[in-house]
Design a protein around this ligand. Structure first.
Ligand code: PMP
Length: 451
């Protein structure tokens, strides 16, 4: 095997990286002072120099059980030895994918009955979009093709998912968006956009575009990678459901970040008794140990899929759909989340985290809002608390905060001037308290005269 030991020399790895690797959202400036991760242990990441950092975003919001869970390693090895791959196309099936679909049917919001698996979140978005359009065509309403989404959303980097994504940089530099997409404002309580107003914007958009043209509305329960942990008012999604029902618009809930206990429920839909037509998931389903995502569809959509002649079928598929190793690891991840009561733990520790953050940051003039749901939290910083003014881009708030957090032994992301926290659901309580204290200390370092 190729040696990947740090003894090979961190400098050599970094040089080879500069020469040959394109990173997600690549820019060479990011490599000015890169961190070379060589190991993960529990909730910690370890760099080539042996420094330990608390992985406060669980990797990319996905390592729900922390790093290197032996049960997941064993599940992967056992499945890889027994049946490394079998397709789910053309009448083929296998126990791992069947068992996962059955388990998900029991955990998903009521009404979600059947599942299709993808490699991750972006192709889950594309699968949801294609399915929504296909369904209306199969039901004899082929003009219903428009996908409504929201500003500040992130749904992925494939062409379809990026066309739905509500952050301009992620789509516009890559040429025109696909036709058949439109966007509206999300609720953003701290910035004066409430749930009733945002729901009214959805209804207006459907009426303006024509209910006979709109196929679906896609939304993250809590805006994440594009918005920076924005939690909606409690009445928003119930209103959205009513509006979607009124105009025959399918509701796609993108639970790629919020699924599998992240917000203190198995799925965030449960907070509002919400019944989506299509549910999207990825990330936490394997505890981030392998790539896997997918969609779940309602009984009504499943009936439509089953109602067409074979030649008019849902011609949608991916080579690795239902990959046996990923499915087996997902089953084991779900077993651990259930057996260890991690969903309830996420709710309990999330409240503890918010309390401690609020206590430590309440009087800080640059802290606009501390918000969250379960172990998903955001601290929105503002240049001026009175008028909620944002920082100029040249201030590089994200870069400064990241550096200050790193000095505190914490790694995480800053999105839209919001410091995001999503630690593993298994984080020990003393480490969680230390995280809240480290965040307050880091903010105090960036704004020294103020704290
Ligand atoms: N949807 C949401 C809500 C996401 O947060 C992400 C990734 N951050 C995606 C979709 C895309 O997932 P992936 O990066 O696995 O393609």
């Amino acid at each position: 095997m190729t040696s990947l030991a740090p003894a090979d020399g961190a400098a050599r790895w970094v040089e080879a990286d500069r020469l040959h690797l394109l990173h997600p959202q690549h820019h060479p400036a990011d490599l000015a002072d890169p961190i070379l991760w060589v190991a993960g242990e529990g909730v910690d990441l370890i760099d080539a120099a042996g420094n330990r950092y608390l992985d406060a975003l669980s990797g990319m919001w996905n390592l729900h059980l922390g790093h290197g869970r032996p049960e997941l390693v064993a599940a992967a090895a056992a499945q890889m030895s027994r049946l490394a791959f079998a397709t789910a196309y053309a009448g083929s099936t296998h126990p791992a994918v069947i068992a996962l679909a059955e388990r998900l049917a029991a955990l998903a919001p009521p009404g979600i009955e059947a599942f299709f698996f993808t490699n991750g979140g972006s192709d889950a978005t594309d699968s949801a979009i294609r399915t929504a359009r296909w369904v209306w065509r199969a039901r004899g309403r082929p003009d219903k093709t428009i996908i409504l989404s929201r500003d500040l959303s992130y749904h992925g980097s494939t062409v379809g998912a990026a066309s739905a994504t509500g952050v301009a940089e992620f789509s516009d530099p890559f040429g025109p968006r696909l036709p058949g997409f439109a966007r509206i404002a999300p609720p953003y309580p701290y910035r004066g956009l409430d749930g009733a107003g945002a729901a009214a914007a959805l209804e207006r958009a459907i009426l303006d575009l024509g209910p006979d043209k709109v196929a679906a509305f896609i939304a993250e329960p809590v805006l994440g990678g594009g918005g920076g942990v924005i939690v909606p008012d409690a009445d928003y999604f119930p209103r959205v459901r009513e509006i979607c029902d009124r105009y025959d618009v399918l509701l796609i809930l993108d639970e790629v970040i919020t699924g599998f206990g992240r917000t203190g429920r198995w799925f965030a839909a449960e907070h509002w008794g919400l019944r989506p037509d299509i549910l999207q998931f990825a990330k936490g389903i394997t505890g981030g140990h392998l790539p896997l995502g997918g969609i779940g569809v309602s009984a009504a959509i499943k009936r439509t899929l089953e109602s067409v002649p074979a030649e008019a079928r849902w011609w949608h598929g991916l080579t690795s759909s239902g990959h046996p190793v990923a499915c087996r690891v997902a089953l084991e991840t779900i077993r651990i989340i259930a057996d260890e009561g991690l969903v309830e733990r996420s709710a309990r520790l999330g409240a503890r985290l918010l309390d401690r953050l609020r206590a430590g940051l309440a009087d800080h003039p640059q802290v606009g809002e501390v918000r969250g749901l379960g172990l998903l939290a955001g601290i929105e910083l503002v240049a001026d608390r009175a008028d909620r003014r944002r920082f100029p881009a040249a201030f590089d708030l994200a870069g400064r905060l990241r550096a200050a957090l790193r000095a505190q032994g914490v790694v995480t992301r800053v999105v839209n001037d919001t410091l995001c926290l999503a630690p593993p659901l298994t984080i020990p309580e003393d480490r969680l308290d230390a995280l809240a204290d480290a965040v307050a200390a880091a903010i105090g370092t960036v704004f020294p005269s103020q704290s």
